[in-house]
Design a protein around this ligand. Structure first.
Ligand code: NAD
Length: 364
């Protein structure tokens, strides 16, 4: 099993170091190779995604990614900005399925912006299509309007599009994921207004017939946004397009309290994947040793489950994280009265210790 380790910028290096430590504590045989990406790669090689990094990512079974970006690169030409590395990896590896679980741990219920009874026990999985939709559709651009409300004025336009096979493959991913959970899928669309999402709804319905054991319902995106804050526990697996998924997955993230807790996975058709925390490089706290490494550690667990076929090892990491939270340790972003504040490294050490303890108990 080969893992490409791409820590990136800012807190990326600090949090990935902890995830690597946790992987090493599992006693599994991995080959891990580290490479530069983002601003760090730009500084060293003049490009945020150098050819050597891309090659490493392509030949690996999985990529463990930290985060990229820093405000100091905001003035670079767009293709040279650190964030382009993420887009380049998605495109080159064909990572079309983005998994964003939103789990509210009992110990962190108070950190959510919603009432405890609404989020306690929350465990939803948002599956976002990642390589199509209005973010990639052509043509797009700026021009002078020839019609519309203001002919002759400057206008900008984008193209929303999805093909049948693109919808079919993400629908299969969602139904298969639901089979491993409570067998419910909500497909989110805007079929009442958009042709693209009428096709989306039709195709998801057709694919759903191949999964008679999974209950499918459809919801318009405006209602889904509302229901996510009104009664989030109604949802189990949510599948949607690139733009709606972008927005809804961030909304769902906030239900759980801290962005420092949220892992993500982006997979291609052969289960090769890129695993990263949902947050960015947090330049405001980089180098201070206070970043929460748990989202990255939980991303490593997803990597074991989805790309490396090691579900038991994934379970061990996830239960170690729960144990550590139950013991009262908190990084600054999830700290509350009555708990113990720790830094990035101490949090990683605690997860390693929890894994080692369960290993000893299992052996004896
Ligand atoms: P951010 O997610 O980096 O930070 C938002 C806030 O959350 C900050 O206050 C930060 O300190 C805090 N935070 C984030 N992760 C944390 C953690 N693990 N522990 C504790 N606190 C944490 O978003 P931003 O500030 O908007 O962006 C900073 C940079 O990251 C930008 O350059 C942006 O482009 C980049 N970015 C990269 C990715 C990626 O690499 N995939 C994703 C989002 C943003």
């Amino acid at each position: 099993m080969k893992i490409a380790v791409l820590p990136g910028d800012g807190i990326g290096t600090e949090i990935v170091a902890e995830a690597v430590k946790v992987l090493q504590a599992l006693d599994l045989k991995f080959e891990m190779e580290t490479a530069l990406v983002g601003g760090a790669a730009y500084e060293a090689h003049g490009h945020p995604l150098p050819e050597s990094t891309l090659e490493l990512a392509k030949e690996a079974d999985a990529v463990l990614f930290g985060a990229v970006g820093d405000w100091k690169y905001d003035k670079l030409d767009r293709p040279l900005r650190p964030e382009q590395a993420v887009l380049g990896l998605r495109k080159n590896l064909g990572l079309f399925a983005n998994f964003r679980p939103a789990i509210c741990y009992d110990e962190l219920v108070g950190a959510s912006s919603l009432k405890p009874e609404l989020v306690s026990g929350l465990d939803i999985l948002i599956i976002r299509e990642l390589t199509g939709d209005i973010y990639f559709g052509q043509p797009r651009g700026r021009r002078t309007a020839v019609d519309g409300h203001f002919p002759g004025a400057e206008e900008a336009f984008d193209t929303m599009r999805y093909s049948r096979p693109e919808i079919e493959r993400i629908a299969h991913v969602a139904f298969q994921a639901a089979r491993k959970r409570s067998k419910r899928v909500t497909s989110v669309d805007k079929a009442n207004v958009l042709e693209t999402f009428q096709l989306w709804k039709d195709v998801v319905t057709e694919v759903g017939k191949e999964y008679p054991d999974v209950a499918l319902d459809h919801m318009y995106v405006d209602n889904a946004a509302m229901q996510l804050v009104k009664a989030p526990k109604k949802f189990d697996v949510v599948v949607t397009g690139n733009m709606f998924g972008d927005i809804l997955s961030d909304e769902a993230a906030m239900l759980t309290g801290s962005i420092g807790m949220l892992p993500s996975a982006s997979l291609n058709a052969s289960s090769q994947g890129l695993y990263e925390p949902s947050h960015g490089s947090a330049p405001d706290i980089a180098g201070k040793g206070i970043a929460n490494p748990l989202a990255t550690i939980l991303s490593a667990a997803m990597m074991l489950r989805f790309s490396l076929d090691q579900p038991e090892a994934a379970d061990r990491i996830e239960s170690a994280v729960k144990d550590v939270l139950a013991s009262g340790l908190r990084t600054v972003d999830i700290f509350s009265e009555g708990t113990k504040k720790v830094g990035t490294r101490e949090m990683g050490d605690a997860v390693v210790a929890a894994i080692t303890t369960t290993k000893k108990i299992t052996k004896s």
